[in-house]
Design a protein around this ligand. Structure first.
Ligand code: SF4
Length: 103
């Protein structure tokens, strides 16, 4: 399974310096108070270096790169793909799966 880094901000530690958005505008913008809005998608390989630079430059040590498994499409028993995850989807909400037959 592929691994990917995602940027996370600790909102308690963040002091709104905005350095991160200057260094990585492709994935970080600032809200009206100057606090970062982080793109939750995995960091593209082309931006990996800039993402590490933004994490290192944060004066409050509030930015982190977290490694996670990249969601892969999964084929279910009906042959269609679910958009991600590591196992086939369960029954629709509000429905219970059928009981296995007694032997
Ligand atoms: S550089 Fe760090 S402290 Fe400044 S806005 Fe970004 S995450 Fe917050």
């Amino acid at each position: 399974m592929a691994m990917a880094d995602t940027i996370r901000v600790n909102p308690i530690e963040c002091t709104g310096h905005g350095v991160c958005a200057e260094l990585l505008p492709e994935l970080i913008s600032l809200d009206e108070w100057g606090y970062p809005l982080i793109d939750p998608r995995p960091v593209p390989p082309a931006l990996d270096r800039d993402a590490r630079r933004a994490v290192a430059a944060c004066p409050a040590l509030a930015l982190k790169l977290t490694r996670s498994e990249k969601a892969q499409p999964v084929r279910n028993s009906a042959g269609s793909f679910s958009p991600g995850g590591t196992h086939p989807p369960g029954p629709p909400l509000g429905r219970t799966p059928p009981e296995p037959p007694d032997n």
